[in-house]
Design a protein around this ligand. Structure first.
Ligand code: ATP
Ligand code: MG
Length: 403
């Protein structure tokens, strides 16, 4: 017996006209993957009038229902959803369930309206009859007043073929587009605050992400890698499974330190990171790189430096944070749950490598001259051979971070 139904709304997808089918298909695929552990409880049904239904077909423990709700909330492409109660199609059942449903919110409103729709024409009463009966029961039993023009609380009732849906409060989703509908990208993920946010934003525009992290183990502690794994794990809330490349860059840093102008160290390292990113993109069939650069956030994040870095690759480099201020980035990091992990102490690959006075306005010609002092092909290919990959899934246990 169906006892609850999630009614999922997706305005943005809905607006997509002929692409709509593809988008919904991808969204459902993503949802099925995320909810795979609970598949015995669930029945995915087709969209009805701009909404998609997930029926809960078995009695379900409260904690599992909550977990399902959390997973749906975090699925890109969903603007909001209702958790509808269900009951039979007789007037008695509808009235009883409506009062029971509304009772949960009794402290939150004074006036209400019943918005009823009878899709099943065989029931022997019409939408107005439902409105009248349920309206008077709620007024009487819960001591509230009907207000059809400006109600504090709206109760929706839909009498369908075999059951009636009763629902009221919309739970906001994160919106955006279903992961995978915009193609694939490689997200450059440090252990900082910014890149997990830029990775999330890319996912939320429909990009399927593979993450790449550059580390200097053993010069930096192995915990710096655990931290990145924890960040990736948080991001699996939005994209069920993420492949993470772990790329050791100590050899590259040593070569740069030995042969080039120390003021350009970071720019040269970043250039090589982008080149490695491109190779990974080719392997993963990705069409862009995503970074957490934000203009002017630190002295070195200037247009000149971004240009001198980006010039190293012909790949599209997406910078979702470029025009966001730090406050906004931190708010998002808190919202998506990465902030607390990002602020754990760690030593990162670039931190230990930062020169005393980094270049803030790199001249491309000079950068290229310095690049010529390195055997970049060799460094890129040698490093790639040492890269490892892990696949992190939303159902995995969190890696431990030991201080
Ligand atoms: P974040 O908070 O993401 O570390 P940031 O403000 O500290 O960003 P930078 O350290 O200058 O800025 O790095 C800019 C971007 O370069 C990062 O957002 C990230 O996309 C990429 N990046 C930097 N270091 C690494 C790394 N070790 N591994 C992967 N990507 C990195
Ligand atoms: Mg950083």
């Amino acid at each position: 017996m169906t006892n609850k139904v999630l009614i999922i709304n997706f305005e943005e997808i809905y607006l997509k006209g002929k692409n709509q089918k593809i988008f919904i298909k991808q969204l459902v695929r993503n949802l099925k993957r995320k909810l795979a552990n609970y598949k015995n409880y669930l029945d995915f049904t087709k969209a009805h009038g701009g909404s998609y239904f997930i029926e809960i077909i078995e009695d379900i423990p409260e904690n599992i229902l909550q977990d399902i709700i959390d997973k749906v909330k975090n699925t890109p492409g969903i603007t909001g959803f209702y958790v509808a109660d269900t009951t039979g199609i007789s007037m008695e059942e509808i009235a009883e369930k409506s009062v029971q449903h509304t009772r949960q919110y009794v402290d939150e409103f004074e006036s209400f309206a019943v918005i009823a729709k009878r899709i099943n024409k065989a029931v022997g009463f019409n939408s107005m009859d439902i409105g009248r009966r349920v309206g008077s029961d709620i007024s009487e039993k819960l001591n509230k007043k009907v207000d059809l023009t400006k109600p504090d609380f709206k109760l929706y009732i839909k009498v369908r073929g075999k059951y009636t849906l009763i629902y009221s409060k919309i739970i906001p989703g994160i919106g955006g587009l279903p992961v995978g509908t915009s193609g694939k990208a490689i997200a450059m993920l440090s252990g900082g605050i910014d890149s997990p946010v830029s990775t999330f934003m890319a996912m939320n525009r429909g990009l399927h992400i593979t993450a790449a992290h550059f580390h200097s183990v053993p010069k930096t502690s192995p915990q710096s890698i655990d931290k990145v794994k924890m960040l990736v794990k948080k991001l699996t809330d939005f994209q069920g499974q993420i492949k993470l490349y772990l790329i050791p860059v100590l050899d590259i840093q040593q070569a740069i330190a030995k042969h080039t102008d120390s003021r350009l160290r970071l720019i040269l390292l970043r250039r090589i990171m982008l080149k490695i990113g491109k190779k990974i993109a080719e392997k993963e069939k990705a069409k862009a790189l995503v970074t957490g650069d934000s203009l002017g956030q630190v002295a070195s994040q200037t247009l000149e430096n971004m240009k001198a870095t980006e010039e190293a690759t012909d790949m599209l480099v997406i910078r979702p944070l470029v025009a966001l201020d730090k406050k906004h980035i931190i708010e998002t990091a808190k919202k998506i749950g990465t902030f607390d992990v990002s602020i754990l102490p760690h030593d990162d690959a670039c931190g230990l490598f930062t020169p005393k006075s980094p270049e803030t306005k790199a001249q491309l010609k000079y950068v290229k001259e310095q690049c010529n002092k390195l055997d970049i092909e060799d460094l890129v290919n040698g490093t790639l051979q040492k890269a490892e990959t892990v696949i992190i899934s939303d159902t995995d246990k969190m890696p431990e971070y030991i201080l």
